[in-house]
Design a binder for this molecule. Sequence first.
Ligand SMILES: Nc1ncnc2c1ncn2[C@@H]1O[C@H](COP(=O)(O)OP(=O)(O)OP(=O)(O)O)[C@@H](O)[C@H]1O
Length: 643
Amino acid sequence: MPPRQVIPTLMPEWTPSSQHSYQTADDSASPPITPTSQVSSFESSLSQMKPTYSTIIEENMDTILDKIRPFVKKITASEQNKKTINQYTLGASAGSGQFGHVRKAYSSTSNKVVAIKIIPKKPWNAQQYSMNQVMRQIQLWKSKGKITTNMSGNEAMRLMNMEKCRWEIYAVSRLRDSVHVVQLIECLDSPFSESIWIVSDWCNLGELQWKRDNDEDILPQWQRLIPSKCSVSKFAQKILQDMTRGLQYLHSQGCIHRDIKPSNILLDELENVAKISDLGCCIFTPRSLPFKNANFEECFQRELNKIVGTPAFIAPELCHLGNSKRDFVTDGFKLDIWSLGVTLYCLLYNELPFSGDNEFDTYHKIMEVPLSSKVNGSTLNDLIIKRLLEKNATLRIGIQDLAKLILPDQMDLSEHSKDIDQSILSKVKPTRSEGPVRRFFDKLITKKSKKKASENVKDNVFESANSKVTPPVYIDTGSQKETFSSTVLRSSPDSSDYCSSLEEEAVQVTDFLDAFCDSNGSVNNLNVKNDERNTEMKVEKSNSSSHSSFNIPTPIKALIRLKNTPVENRNKSYDKRSSDGLTSPSKNSAEEKHRVYNPEPKKLAHSGNIINFKTYINSADNDRQETVEDVRTYLNFADNGQA
Ligand SMILES: Nc1ncnc2c1ncn2[C@@H]1O[C@H](COP(=O)(O)OP(=O)(O)OP(=O)(O)O)[C@@H](O)[C@H]1O
């Protein structure tokens, strides 16, 4: 029998040192990336690169490892057929995300039902890391002396994936003191395991659902959480209260989630709570991390200004894509408040508040389309519309004030709550990245804005583009107390169900932007120009060190059109039969209650990354060929630095 492959592990010391330059079976298909002239140009750009939030985290990985070590256990027993692993018996699938697959399992030591997320060490989505990112990462590791030998692309991707997992495990291991965050139990790994296994609390009602056939429908999942007289507004109020507690806890830990949305909120019937899950995109404030760096605050601010999250849920202050007249993100916690507002809007109205033909269109709508017509006098509705979905982040309600408004035990009995939590406003002004993609998006948005402005002259229904004039609403806390603690609020048209379309998939364009920007935020010696007829793109190399112009003549809508609609992949059903037999043998009533919610496994397309032109090329049909050629040229430029 051939010797078993040794694969990198969460805990580096578990991988025998002789195996650091391992070659696995599938690596043979991926030749090592050797230092070519192309890579050398990356090296020179690396030397000019500013530190980033992630490079600081990476530099301090030893500290992160120390913190997660107590939660990482070696795989001691597993069956080939994957029915058991250590003390866990695996049951039904709960669904898949971009990075892994979740299964229900039963722990024979705690007699509890748990969720196990199985993340392949080699990303199953080959598009997860671009060639640029991989090469850049390899060069970074080399420059830091972390690796000395040549490394295959697959190997590098595995290590990058491992770092991502370490960060997420670190985040959840720090957030174990709230019932409103899904609790990490432990992680399983070994040098022979192709996957990392993350064990957490099981939330039997699954993801928060919002989409329904009729606005007035009450979904079965909602009724399980609120068995008595459930209504849309009562359910939305419950989610608002639970998420406020969850976000307040995250805030107290210095954690910004950055991807709050229905599919990252899990419902648990046993504890009768909604919980925040999926900390993969989160960041912690420098002050809350156990290491220091002179550049940390500046890097943190820059990181805050990157577009991370899910387009339809991204706050307006992130959507301007380089328009220097717009505000920067100064208070990261307000990003989560906005996303919570979008989530609650979905529950109330059975639709997304801002949904465009494509991601750019969505960003444009988030910034420009006012929601003032939705104000209807209902306390809950108006709180969401006016205070959470306030486009001006400084006027948007902060988490502490929200808690004082709506949580019975924290209500502020003073006349009015102040809106701005000064303690979390940053004094450091972030450096804006003026990379080509941002400028490109900027032009696109500016063009659209002009068009919209001229439309507005004709159509008075829409308010001014930047509706900063919405006055803050101060809700009388006396009546508020009654309203939120007992009264069924007046309902607007409803909403709920989770939607697993691209509209709800996280997007991260940051590494791409970084890859092209040197420390001045400019692109190294590259100009992309379009010809006069705007039909053909030419790529030139120049020696100019100034910001390059970057014009792509192709209709961007065609490039980034969403592939799914929110109508697909939804309406999961309950499996009341507990058919996988994973409920505890003790059969106590609590365990019985914790019966299986067994949704159809999600079949998601991978990330709706707006710069993922490669996917577009692979899926392009003939009538888009002209565009495809442009994109191909563009990719050649992106991957090779040449036309
Ligand atoms: N602790 C849990 N309890 C019950 N179900 C869970 C739990 N964690 C995840 N799930 C289910 O498993 C599915 C996949 O979860 P996962 O976190 O991988 O997906 P996701 O939220 O789409 O993440 P990603 O953003 O990484 O793609 C989810 O749809 C959810 O219903």
